[in-house]
Write a protein that binds this ligand. Structure first.
Ligand code: PLP
Length: 388
């Protein structure tokens, strides 16, 4: 059996894979098992912030691997402390809990919110409000947080205590808030899996006012939008808000598994000894890689991300076959006249790998994609979206 056949035989069938086996890559170019090269416009779903096998990142990871690959959280360890310090300095947040994935980060945030509300307001204030079309993860609790019935149906009953409202509808938000005893409101600033839909400033302002007035925690899920993806270090920074909890994962490790619950002034001391934990959380190798990633997301670098973003939007928004382009930074969704899957297939045939979000073609290239790679990707995408 070849890799594809063995995969179908031995790997749980949870993924509808494209007929491509990626074997290697450098920067924004990846290579399949036939030696064909592609421009990677997906970055392993917003993970490979500096592309494949970036030299600086690889060196940081390799160095840590020769010193200590893992200890446990029974002992102190420098790389995770360094990363937490960097994240706090760059955000103004106060403390960090490390796990291994986005779902685990959101679980940590939900536990923190429940404990905060329980201690401040009592046992009735446990509900978490999330948005329709959100995506927060695949565990039973983060599935409950995910406001999309399609993900729920086969797994009922889910964790109790989640209520939903429509993104960007302030009136409905106020109604749902008034009808429920809430611990927190949790949202993505740009809904990723939900179709690359940014929240409006007005809607985020309304959440901010409600959270401040009623001492409801604001949790921002930056698993996808974080780590420079939207042209700022975190997506919430576009909106002038100070969240109580920020979760992130995906791009944080630059390709190694890591997740983080970043806590603000109100929440920094909620989790106490024995109330939460993770065996691999704060893994030295993942953290060494993440320190390298985060320290390179400077203002100047992010300006470049924004310039590339503007270039893509300018090139695509009026292109033949494009209905709209949404998103922020290098997290963009293209609504096309053709079916998105058809566009993606044509792109793949022509050496470009975009991905999908709902009915849109989604672009999440490495943030350091070169001008030449970007130009090729744009030209292939333009041809692929063209009708007839
Ligand atoms: C991907 C994603 C998650 C889940 O992350 P995993 O690492 O797959 O558990 C959660 N929230 C958002 C916004 C995501 O994009």
């Amino acid at each position: 059996m070849n890799v594809k056949e063995k995969d179908q035989y031995y790997i749980a069938n949870t993924y509808a894979r494209f007929p491509i086996e990626i074997v290697s890559g450098k920067g924004s170019t990846v290579v399949d098992s036939d030696g064909k090269e592609y421009i990677d416009m997906g970055s392993g779903i917003a993970v490979n912030i500096f592309g494949m096998c970036d030299e600086e990142w690889t060196a940081a990871v390799a160095k840590q691997l020769t010193v200590c690959q893992h200890t446990s959280n029974l002992y102190y360890s420098a790389p995770c402390v360094k990363l937490a310090e960097l994240l706090c300095e760059k955000t103004g947040m106060k403390k960090v809990f490390f796990g291994n994935s986005g779902a685990e980060a959101n679980e940590g945030a939900i536990k923190t919110a429940r404990k905060y509300a329980f201690e401040k307001k009592g046992k009735d204030y446990y509900k978490i409000l999330t948005l329709n079309n959100s995506f927060h993860g695949r565990t039973i609790t983060t599935l409950a947080a995910t406001g999309q019935d399609v993900f729920h149906n086969d797994f009922l009953p889910l964790t109790e205590g989640f209520v939903y409202t429509e993104a960007n509808d302030v009136e409905m938000l106020r109604n749902v808030v008034s009808e429920n005893k809430l611990a927190a409101i949790m949202f993505e600033t740009v809904q990723g899996e939900g179709g690359v839909v940014p929240l409006t400033q007005e809607f985020v302002n309304a959440i901010k006012d409600i959270c401040e007035k009623e001492d409801i925690l604001m949790i921002v899920d930056e698993v996808q939008t974080g780590n420079g993806r939207t042209g700022k270090l975190f997506g919430y920074m576009h909106y002038g808000i100070t969240p109580d909890i920020v979760t992130t994962a995906k791009g944080l490790g630059g390709g190694l598994p890591i997740g983080a619950v970043i806590m603000g002034e109100k929440t920094k001391d909620v989790l106490t000894s024995g109330t939460h934990g993770s065996t691999f959380g704060g893994n030295p190798v993942s953290c060494a890689g993440a320190v390298n990633i985060i320290s390179r997301l400077t203002f100047g670098f992010l300006e470049e991300v924004n310039r590339k973003s503007k270039h893509i939007i300018d090139e695509l928004k009026n292109a033949d076959g494009v209905k709209s382009v949404t998103g922020l930074g290098l997290m963009l969704g293209i609504e096309t006249e053709k079916d998105a899957s058809e566009v993606i297939k044509i792109c793949q045939e022509n050496g470009v790998l975009p991905i999908k979000a709902k009915n849109k073609v989604r672009l999440l290239p490495p943030l350091n994609i070169t001008e030449a790679e970007l130009a090729k990707a744009i030209s292939v995408i333009k041809k692929a979206v063209k009708v007839g």
